[in-house]
Design a protein around this ligand. Structure first.
Ligand code: TYD
Length: 418
């Protein structure tokens, strides 16, 4: 215990070096998207999943992380395109960018330039295939270090740079066209080297360019006690205040925000060069900040949240273990790894998990080793109790599976209904 406390005291903010305060401990956890085969059971890597708050810049961050190369490599198994709703979301984003940013640039007779950071399987950038064919013009490129997903993107005709964005040197930035639009969706929160990332945004963004950054909004995580959002890939958790304070240190500012349904409640920031006006923030940002306790009273809110999460873990544990009859899981997202490992739920409680990602099927869940089976078998399974680990895709799943009542199933939502 003593050594753990010492480690906590030494934890410094990754942005401003201030001593952080811990508000949650989810114990030893495996790498969340690292689905394993039997031969890998004994060589799994575990880390301590603790979450901390910086009282200076308000950044919420993990205590311990896993080196990026152990996560974003040829085994990375999150494919954006596996959710139709997410694919539709990115199509809408592409249309919005085209109408709002690209058309005015084209009207001036120029070629728009865009970067996506964390391009994954090309679900978003594929909508700009015409731009990407123009190899002689500065156009459009995705940064994606995870080879598994990048290969899929390349097959869709997406141009990929395999170096992590935050490490890319952009030799002779003069030769690199200044970027009109930078997009990152569920990427910025993953990058431990946040300083390197922001320095490169500053370097490559045109003076009147925009960085559109989407990520789960931590206010929603708190409201829903969605503790499954914590896992090794998410190093940082967003509040508007922490984002504003961080950007300020790098000569950037929030121009506007929008709230989104994705990932159980996300926020989209439109970020530009320069400092925010010394006057009041835009009315919408101001209202958003003042309507959430995370923004107004972060430390009190986080402490209370940490305590409630421990209570939810105990309830989930006893409820799922106490169910009559067998239990199966639906969807094997990274979030499932946090829940099953925090609650200590293995195959004796959840016999298998159905998933649509072929790279996961035939393997076992990280840490608890629950078998992952193909979603195509689900319709034949008559098990009544189904834990919906992809609760954030509830509408899509219910539409696909014929609604809640079909086959007399009891759908258990580990987050939304707890
Ligand atoms: P998601 O919540 O998008 O991801 P994460 O928490 O990992 O960021 O869930 C993605 C996983 O869920 C992926 O393995 C595919 C699986 N899935 C299904 O099996 N069926 C479904 O209907 C959906 C929407 C996802």
């Amino acid at each position: 215990m003593a050594s753990r406390l010492e480690r906590r005291e030494a934890m410094k903010c990754r942005i401003c070096d201030t001593k952080c305060k811990q508000f949650l401990d989810l114990g030893k956890q495996p790498i969340a998207n690292n689905f394993v085969s039997k031969s890998q059971f004994d060589s799994e890597v575990f880390y301590n999943l603790t979450v901390h708050f910086c009282p200076q810049c308000f950044t919420i961050q993990l205590g311990e992380t896993v080196p990026p190369a152990k996560v974003f490599n040829e085994n990375y198994s999150f494919y954006t395109g596996t959710s139709q709703a997410m694919a539709d979301h990115f199509k809408e984003l592409a249309v919005m960018i085209n109408d709002r940013f690209f058309l005015p640039i084209a009207d001036k007779g120029k070629w728009p330039v865009m970067i996506e950071i964390g391009a994954n399987d090309g679900t978003f950038l594929q909508h700009f295939s015409d731009l990407m064919k123009l190899h002689d013009k500065p156009t459009c490129i995705g940064f994606e270090p995870s080879k598994s997903v990048a290969e899929v993107a390349k097959k869709k005709g997406v141009r990929i740079c395999g170096t992590p964005f935050e490490k890319h040197e952009f030799p002779g930035v003069g030769n690199w066209p200044k970027t009109d639009v930078i997009v990152s969706a569920n990427t910025f929160a993953h990058i431990e080297d946040r300083r390197g990332f922001l320095k490169n945004i500053k370097k490559v963004m045109a003076h009147d360019g925009v960085w559109i950054n989407e990520e789960p909004y931590f206010g929603n995580t708190i409201d829903r006690l969605a503790f499954d959002q914590f896992y090794n890939e998410h190093v940082f958790y967003t509040s508007i205040t922490s984002m504003a304070r961080t950007l300020e240190m790098f000569g950037l500012h929030i121009d506007s925000v929008e709230f989104l349904w994705t990932h159980g409640g996300s926020i989209r920031y439109f970020i530009k060069h320069g400092h925010a006006d010394p006057g009041p923030l835009t009315a919408f940002i101001y209202r958003s900040i003042h309507s959430n306790a995370l923004e107004t009273d972060p430390w009190e809110t986080l402490q209370a949240f940490g305590e409630k999460v421990q209570g939810r873990i105990e309830r989930l544990q006893s409820d799922l273990r106490g169910l009559k009859g067998p239990v199966v899981g639906y969807g094997a997202p990274a979030k499932m790894s946090t829940i099953t490992n925090a609650c200590g739920l293995g195959p004796e409680t959840i016999s298998k998990i159905y998933d649509t990602t072929s790279a996961k099927v035939g393997k076992f869940s990280p840490g608890q080793h629950i078998p992952i089976v193909s979603h195509s078998e689900f319709s034949k399974d008559r098990t009544k109790n189904v834990v919906l680990f992809v609760w954030n895709h509830l509408a899509e799943v219910m539409a696909k599976e014929g609604g809640r009542k079909k086959r007399g199933r009891k759908w258990i939502l580990p987050v939304l209904e707890y």
